[in-house]
Ligand binder design. Sequence first.
Ligand SMILES: [Zn+2]
Length: 90
Amino acid sequence: MEKNNQQELAMNNEPSCSRVLLSKNEIGRIVFCEGCSVAELEIGAISLRIEGSALNSLKMLLADAATRLTLYQQEQAVYSKQTAINYNVH
Ligand SMILES: [Zn+2]
């Protein structure tokens, strides 16, 4: 177990690990390590290593959450508008 962890750490620092910048924007960046076949999501001081194949699932998770948050906020806006109208009736 410990040996595996050490190997992983060693792999991470191996010079053979060539990294490719996949994407970058104001919130962070995603680098792909070819040697480890791992995508590294970097947001500020946080670095998250995920399997390259999991990127699509992560994409759907984020997109779904963003869509639902927008819908939620729209619902809330409608609700507070209706509440405001009801108060104006008096
Ligand atoms: Zn690597």
